[in-house]
Design a protein around this ligand. Structure first.
Ligand code: IFM
Length: 402
C-alpha cells in the first residue's frame, strides 16, 4: 500500500449531522410543517445537541475521527431580517474552536433544508431577493468563524430540496409544480454561485462546494424504455445541477445512499428496491458498488471529492457494519482507479430526526435514547474506529478483512 502522498488536507475521516436533526428547540419552516401535522411527529428536543455538544464531540475523539461536518441554523442566527443573534454566532464559534482544540477539522454546511420563518413567508429561495438574504447571512457566519473553518458546503442536496418540496410536495413548502421546480433549480445554482463568491471574497483559501445527493439508477428491466428512463433520471437528478454549478466548487461533495430502478411508466418516480434485496429500515437497498458507478459518470471538473454523506437507517449493527465496510471498500477501489476521494463522512454521528420520517430511522454511530438523552456508542462505530486506525497515513484506503 502506498504511503500518504503528503498533500493537504489528509484523508478526512468524519461523521456528519445537521442542526435541525439534532440540536432541538428549533423554530423555522420545518417546525411549522411539523406543528401542522406534516410528517411523523415533531423534532422537539431532538438529541438536545444544542446543550450536549461537548459530550457529543467527545465521541468524535473516541472514534478517532479527524473531521466533522455540522450545519449552522440560519433561523437561529438571523431570526428576523438583518438582525443577527451574536450569542448564537458565539455558540457556533465556541463549537468550531473546540473541534480544532480536539484536532478535528470542521466542515460547515450553511443550508441544510431549513429556513427562517421570514424567508419562508416571502416565498423561500424562490423570492428574487433570496440570494441577497442568503449571502448576507453567509458573510456574517463566515466572518464570525474566520479562518477557523476552511471547508464549507453552501447548500445540502439542492435536488432533494426541489424534489421533496416542489415535485412530490411531501416537505415544506409542499408546493407542487414542475415549472416552479425548474425555476428553483436555476435559482439555487445562482444562489450557490453568489455564496461561493462571497465566501471566497472573505476567505480566499477556503474550499467551498455543495453536497450533491446522488442515486445509482438502474433500469428496472432491460427494455429500451427503462434504460432510457434510467439515463434521463441520472442526468436530471445526478448530473445536471453539478454541471450548472460547474467550476464554482472547490470540491465535489457526494451524498450517496442507495440504488433505485427506473421504469418508463413511472417517469421521474423510480422503484425503490426489488424483492429479496438487502435493505435498510427505510427500504433503501444496500448497494455499495453504485457509489463507484455514479462517481465514474459524474462531471467532477478534476476537483477533489468528499463523500459528504453515506449511511444506513437500521437497528441491526451487523448490517450497519456491512454497509460501512462495503462503501469504504468501494472508496478504496475508486481511489485505485484514480478518483481523487479525499474524505468520508458517515451519516450520522448521532441518531437523529429523519425529517418527515420522524425518529424511528436510526442512522447514528452513537445511539440516542430520546427519553433520557443517554448516548451509547454502537458496535459499528467501534469497527469504524478500527478501520480508521488501520489506515493512518495510508492512501488508497483499505478495509482490513475480518
Ligand atoms: O437525514 C438525511 C440528511 O439530512 C440529508 N441526506 C440524507 C439523510 C438520510 O436521509
Amino acid at each position: 500500500m502506498a504511503a500518504w502522498s503528503g498533500y493537504w488536507p489528509p484523508f478526512l475521516w468524519g461523521a456528519a449531522t445537521s442542526s435541525h436533526q439534532i440540536e432541538g428547540g428549533q423554530n423555522n419552516d420545518w417546525t411549522d410543517f411539523e406543528d401542522q401535522g406534516g410528517g411523523r411527529g415533531r423534532s422537539g428536543l431532538a438529541a438536545d445537541h444544542w446543550h450536549r455538544w461537548r459530550e457529543d464531540f467527545s465521541y468524535l475523539r473516541t472514534l478517532g475521527l479527524n473531521s466533522y461536518r455540522l450545519s449552522l441554523e440560519w433561523s437561529r442566527i438571523e431570526p428576523t431580517p438583518g438582525h443577527f443573534d451574536r450569542s448564537v454566532l458565539d455558540h457556533y464559534r465556541t463549537m468550531t474552536d473546540s473541534l480544532l482544540d480536539l484536532g478535528i477539522i470542521p466542515l460547515v454546511t450553511l443550508h441544510h433544508f431549513t429556513l427562517p420563518h421570514w424567508v419562508k413567508e416571502k416565498g423561500g429561495f424562490l423570492n428574487r431577493h433570496a440570494s441577497e438574504w442568503f449571502v448576507r447571512y453567509v458573510k456574517t457566519a463566515v466572518d464570525c468563524l474566520g479562518d477557523r473553518v476552511n471547508f464549507y458546503v453552501t447548500i445540502n442536496e439542492p435536488m432533494v430540496l426541489v424534489v421533496m418540496g416542489y415535485l412530490m410536495a411531501l416537505w415544506p413548502p409542499e408546493k407542487r409544480g414542475f415549472g416552479r421546480a425548474l425555476y428553483l433549480i436555476n435559482r439555487l445554482s445562482a444562489i450557490h454561485r453568489d455564496a461561493y463568491a462571497a465566501i471566497k471574497g472573505a476567505h480566499q483559501k477556503a474550499w467551498v462546494g455543495l453536497a450533491h445527493h446522488v442515486i445509482a439508477f438502474h433500469p428496472f428491466t432491460d427494455t429500451i424504455a427503462d434504460r432510457l428512463t434510467g439515463r434521463v433520471l441520472h442526468y436530471l437528478m445526478n448530473q445536471r445541477f453539478m454541471k450548472m454549478v460547474g467550476e464554482a466548487q472547490d470540491f465535489i461533495g457526494i451524498n450517496y445512499y442507495t440504488r433505485q430502478y427506473a421504469h418508463w411508466s413511472r417517469g421521474l418516480h423510480p422503484i425503490q428496491n426489488k424483492p429479496g434485496q438487502l435493505v435498510s429500515d427505510l427500504g433503501w437497498e444496500v448497494y455499495p458498488r453504485g457509489l463507484l458507478e455514479v462517481l465514474k459518470s459524474l462531471p467532477t471538473f478534476n476537483k477533489p471529492i468528499f463523500i459528504t454523506e453515506n449511511g444506513i437507517a437500521t437497528r441491526n449493527e451487523a448490517l450497519r457494519t456491512t454497509y460501512l465496510a462495503g462503501h469504504l471498500n468501494v472508496i478504496g477501489q475508486a481511489q485505485r482507479l484514480g478518483l481523487d476521494i479525499r474524505g468520508y463522512f458517515h451519516w450520522s454521528l448521532l441518531d437523529n430526526f429523519e425529517w418527515a420520517e420522524g425518529y424511528s430511522p436510526r442512522f447514528g454511530l452513537v445511539g440516542v435514547d430520546y427519553a433520557t438523552q443517554k448516548r451509547t456508542i454502537k458496535n459499528s462505530a467501534l469497527i469504524y474506529r478500527d478501520i480508521i486506525r488501520a489506515n493512518q497515513g495510508q492512501y488508497p484506503i483499505t478495509v482490513p478483512s475480518g
